[in-house]
Design a protein around this ligand. Structure first.
Ligand code: ZN
Length: 314
């Protein structure tokens, strides 16, 4: 659509000069990065049309200046316009100029596209409400973002070009831990981290639960060695602090999450990988076949084994 505008006959064209800033240059061919360049545009082309025709999703853009004045996405381009385009969340130092959005999304909530399951999990681990399903189609992602006020996370720039998506982040990194670091850094979220406050599976809040009330669901070793437990009211898994907990904490720390301090004693924080959770009794599997014959203790009936952990993609 935008490309069609750019290919109109010359008589219907104007020429505008563009300059893109910071990481928006990643979307441009090398010869157009970090410098002014002039392009022909259809007279009816808007800033949004041309910016996207040049390869930059509008969701990546926070501020557009035309001839030094802040404009919206629907500004019609005129001959000899000079357009400066700044990336989202990088434009704060050019305030108090008007921004494109009336209001930024102050409570960061996300919807991750179907390819970002690893990142979605890490975001939940850090306490950020993140919708994700590996069956999501682009339209569903856009719908969820619009109706729930969520920031779209994707590595698909075409998805971000959908008009109804107003807030989105193009994720550059390839590995989940690096992606988490990128998002925390880019949106300045380090101070908002609430580790282990959400169920990694359901994205629902975890709440503390008395050991006595979950005792029957716990493996014997956990009954003996752990005191603090949380549960998810959606999947009814019970979580406790285990070796995965430490590894996840290290992952958060490696992602630049300086705010991740050890929990105070009176705060239950414990959440963990499915391998270290117990499902509710109604969902529990039989004890593993390898269970020792002498496990016929009073604990046995009260200690259904957690199912083997599913293999997780990284
Ligand atoms: Zn859950």
């Amino acid at each position: 659509m935008a490309a069609r505008h750019a290919l109109q006959p010359a008589s219907k064209m104007v020429t505008a000069t563009f300059r893109f800033y910071e990481e928006l240059n990643d979307f441009l061919p090398p010869e157009r990065r970090r410098r002014e360049f002039s392009v022909p545009c259809a007279k009816a082309a808007t800033t949004k049309h041309m910016i996207e025709a040049l390869g930059v999703p509008h969701t990546e853009v926070e501020l557009i200046l035309v001839n030094g004045e802040s404009v919206g996405l629907d500004r019609l381009l005129r001959d000899n316009d000079r357009i400066a385009v700044y990336p989202q969340f990088e434009a704060f130092d050019v305030t108090p100029l008007l921004r494109l959005r009336e209001q930024p999304l102050r409570t960061p909530r996300f919807v991750a596209d179907a390819h970002l399951g690893g990142l979605a999990r890490l975001l939940r681990m850090a306490g950020f409400d993140t919708r994700y399903d590996n069956g999501y189609r682009d339209n569903e992602v856009a719908d969820i973002a619009g109706t729930e006020g969520r920031i779209v996370l994707t590595r698909d720039r075409e998805l971000l070009k959908l008009r109804r998506i107003t807030h989105g982040c193009y994720v550059r990194a390839l590995k989940p831990a690096q992606q988490l670091h990128e998002i925390l850094d880019r949106l300045d979220l380090e101070r908002s981290i609430r580790p282990f406050s959400l169920c990694l599976v359901c994205n629902a809040p975890l709440r503390s639960v008395d050991k006595a009330t979950v005792m029957e669901t716990l493996p014997p070793a956990v009954q003996a060695s752990h005191q603090r437990f949380t549960t998810c009211d959606v999947c009814h898994r019970v979580f406790w602090e285990g070796s995965h907990w430490r590894r996840m904490r290290e992952t958060l720390a490696a992602a630049g999450a300086r705010a991740v301090a050890p929990p105070p004693d009176d705060e239950f924080v414990i959440s963990d990988h499915v391998a270290e959770t117990a499902r509710p009794r109604s969902h529990t599997a039989a004890p593993p076949a390898a269970a020792p014959a002498n496990s016929q203790s009073g604990l046995k009936a009260a200690s259904p084994a957690a199912p083997p952990p599913p293999k997780r993609s990284r």
